[in-house]
Design a protein around this ligand. Sequence first.
Ligand SMILES: Cc1cc2nc3c(=O)[nH]c(=O)nc-3n(C[C@H](O)[C@H](O)[C@H](O)COP(=O)(O)O)c2cc1C
Ligand SMILES: Nc1ncnc2c1ncn2[C@@H]1O[C@H](COP(=O)(O)OP(=O)(O)OP(=O)(O)O)[C@@H](O)[C@H]1O
Length: 330
Amino acid sequence: MMRSGVILSIYLFEGRMAVICYDSPVNPNGVQAKQPCVLVLGFFDGVHLAHQHIINSAKKLAIQENMQLAVMTFFPHPKEVLDPREIQRPCMTPLSLKIKIFEQMKVDALYVIRFDKEFSSLAPAQFVSDFILPLNPKHIVAGFDFTYGKYGRGNMDSLRDHTMGQVNIVTIEKLERHGQKIGSTLIRQLIQSGKVDRVPDYLGDYYTIHGSVSPSQSKFFSFKVKISENYMFPHSGLYQIAWHQDEYEVNASCLIDADSPAPKCLVKLPDKFMFPPAYGSEITVKFITKINGIYEMTWNHAETSGLIHLSPTSNWRRDDLGKTANYGKS
Ligand SMILES: Cc1cc2nc3c(=O)[nH]c(=O)nc-3n(C[C@H](O)[C@H](O)[C@H](O)COP(=O)(O)O)c2cc1C
Ligand SMILES: Nc1ncnc2c1ncn2[C@@H]1O[C@H](COP(=O)(O)OP(=O)(O)OP(=O)(O)O)[C@@H](O)[C@H]1O
């Protein structure tokens, strides 16, 4: 049975990028783009270095050809819908952050399709005829391993057939670092195993979560970060972090408890800070490195004592903080 799709919302993000969210299923009646575009396809969790390369290549092409740059992505992640073990799959880049990043990358239009079971069972050819071709793409850009349609059977070769020679298909070759594919799966594994210092090689920056300041039990020395969305948490333990608020960057340490049902993030204020920033204010936490071998206390102990103790066996020194915190800034 074919039902009409519903356009959930169309809005201009900060006045420049149009964000068009389709409620699935299935057949996006009404989404017809008149202007020709270069269309990029993928989920893009992390918007890592390979994703950035794909989008920047497509942007160059769009400028050369005087066309719009459009990105099509899905929400939520297909695995969250199709794999029963992945209910409420946390992301590195929740949709609201992805939207901001695409806007900064000068994408003109972002199509977000709600991914649900009915949408997932569309035949590859039907997805292309109903969702892709109405957007008037003259070039489609995606990576070598992009897949689409029921069981993920569509690929970059079939895309050529399904677009019936009307569209130029640009396949981006596999991008690697240290002999490994730059990929969301790899970066997720690094974060979840605490190897956050290796993340920038693939992500292009340290892993960063966004939240707001909330009180901890101890009024001094520390504060909790209330995470705003379903961000993935690093492995439990103590981390060297850079915390950002407005234009300030502060080096600090942070205790992560990722193992409880509601993961927690407690930031220890550096010595010169007596009081935490204003409760409710927005903050980002950038994970620089895990401080190994010195985290032996429980979450409750850390919070009630108001201090995160460093064991004397640690070779980590306070001076080490800050060496890398300006990573990514020119
Ligand atoms: C219409 C459609 C149906 C899909 N059906 C399935 C599916 O049945 N099983 C699956 O594992 N993935 C399915 N996917 C997800 C894709 O395999 C792929 O993960 C998604 O298009 C994002 O591509 P990327 O992971 O290369 O970014 C489907 C995607 C689309 C667009
Ligand atoms: N290393 C890479 N080289 C070239 N293309 C890539 C690379 N990584 C991702 N892509 C492309 O980027 C788009 C988005 O891919 P996707 O969101 O699946 O990222 P991913 O890093 O491959 O994720 P995962 O590890 O979960 O497969 C797709 O078109 C995909 O083919």
